[in-house]
Write a new protein. Sequence first.
Length: 133
Amino acid sequence: MLNTKFDNAFTRNSGLIESENCILGTYKTRLYGEVACKYTPWGFSTAFEGNHQSKVYVDDVNSDAARSYTIFNLRAGFEQNTARWDFKEVIRVLNMFDTEYISSICISDSRGRFFEPAADRTYLISLSAKYKL
């Protein structure tokens, strides 16, 4: 946990910044966890990921903030290896529960456009082949 607050009050163009205001763009809590497993005889692997970020303020006066969020991702894949070739197939589901959240912020944006929304549930498919010389 990160405790990023101003020790003293001061004045900027945006107004009075109170002591104890959080420093803009800093997260108090960021957590990531993953549970992964492999079944080598089949070349199978899978993982379940979780990502949490706390509320983050977008200006020095702490007048607005992106709310905290937690999202989950899932991936699964197979890998085959031969004498000359390696093949790999992977599918990922990002934001698997289709959570609405702010993925990026623009701190102190003069037009007040602080928030960039995240994508909805997204599917990624990856196929690769590697030839060994």
